[in-house]
Design a protein around this ligand. Structure first.
Ligand SMILES: Cc1cc2nc3c(=O)[nH]c(=O)nc-3n(C[C@H](O)[C@H](O)[C@H](O)COP(=O)(O)O)c2cc1C
Length: 324
């Protein structure tokens, strides 16, 4: 398939598996990239030594011995990460083909990453930041709507509203994220003007995801209304309902200050929940689409099935044009 995004990333299927703390290590990224999508290492929960280990394993899993070339993959680099400079050095050393920057200004490292030969994608939650990312020279923009799992924009703009607005505002390849977990949703994102999609929550509940089994089971048990945007005054994040989330909501209702909330959050909550499997006291980041996820599936066949379903949906939709 030849689209601005598949040409840019050199992949046959325009599906990016999102970088996700505690969920997206080399096994998940390898499975998605081998299936034709773009697998991504979530470096936000890795110390530099761990990132290096994952880069080595991923590179060797994706190396084509005949051509001595690696199948494309990405590293997600949240720019607020304290050891971002060490991660940048590793990205350069291991010649990472694609870097997905988030949680920070696109003007910070785009030139350095381009000089290192990386394609740079930048995650935004508003049209204003999409325009800024384009001005900073990124190669493509990922626009993430309010439905998404993980950290989120304060604007609360849904994917349905955000994608057409960003499409009008920028000329770059555009990737839609937030609330996408089926072929039909991918087709809808393409109809709104995106050139491809980034999917997080659906991949958190896959065989190769490094999330704790209890978290994967909790995702498949989630029902509509189980997630809520939380910590809006501190660092907005969409969380699954549990004892910890309820504690935060109560503190927010009672007017807790950002410092009180930071104290309540403490350290290591995300690891405790998503990686160590404490379903009550841990932080469980997941998107609204979790209510549609009923099974833990292997990521490679899932990627191919999502794309097949998207193509089938687009073919079915063409029946509407026959009616005119
Ligand atoms: C468990 C989890 C962890 C996440 N961690 C990160 C992260 O480390 N960096 C980042 O840029 N986005 C992170 N996200 C957001 C995803 O990259 C992605 O944009 C989002 O999941 C897309 O929406 P969806 O969950 O509806 O598919 C995370 C999402 C989830 C569900």
């Amino acid at each position: 398939m030849n689209t601005p995004l598949t040409n840019l990333l050199q992949i046959p299927i325009p599906i990016i598996q999102a970088g996700m703390i505690w969920c997206s290590g080399w096994e998940l990224a390898a499975a998605v990239s081998k299936a034709g999508g773009l697998g991504t290492l979530g470096s936000g929960s890795m110390y530099p030594e761990q990132l290096e280990l994952h880069l080595k394993r991923l590179r060797s899993a994706l190396m084509d011995e005949e051509s001595d070339l690696s199948i494309p993959f990405a590293v997600n680099l949240p720019l607020l990460y304290p050891q971002v400079k060490d991660h940048l050095n590793l990205i350069e050393t291991y010649r990472v083909p694609v870097v997905i920057c988030s949680a920070g200004s696109a003007s910070k490292y785009t030139t350095r990453l381009h000089d290192a030969g990386c394609k740079v994608l930048h995650v935004v939650s508003s049209t204003r930041f999409a325009v800024k990312a384009q001005e900073a020279g990124v190669d493509a923009v990922i626009a993430e709507g309010f439905e998404a799992g993980g950290h989120n924009g304060r604007e609360e703009t849904t994917t349905m509203c955000l994608i057409p607005a960003v499409r009008q505002a920028i000329d770059l390849p555009l990737v839609a994220a937030g609330g996408i977990g089926s072929g039909q949703a991918i087709a809808a994102a393409l109809a709104l003007g995106a050139n491809g999609v980034q999917i997080g929550s659906r991949y958190a509940a896959t065989t190769e995801s490094s999330a704790h089994q209890s978290f994967k089971e909790r995702i498949t048990a989630a029902i509509e209304g189980d997630t809520r945007l939380t910590l809006k005054d501190l660092t907005p994040v969409r969380l699954l309902d549990n004892a910890f989330a309820r504690q935060i909501h109560q503190a927010e209702r009672e007017g807790a200050s950002p410092q009180d909330l930071a104290d309540l959050l403490g350290r290591g909550r995300a690891k405790k929940g998503m990686f160590e499997g404490d379903m009550e006291e841990g932080e469980l980041e997941i998107g609204q689409v979790s209510s549609m996820i009923k099974q833990v599936l292997p990521a490679g066949p899932l990627t191919k099935a999502l794309w097949e379903d998207c193509l089938k949906t687009l073919r079915n939709l063409s029946a509407f044009t026959d009616l005119t």
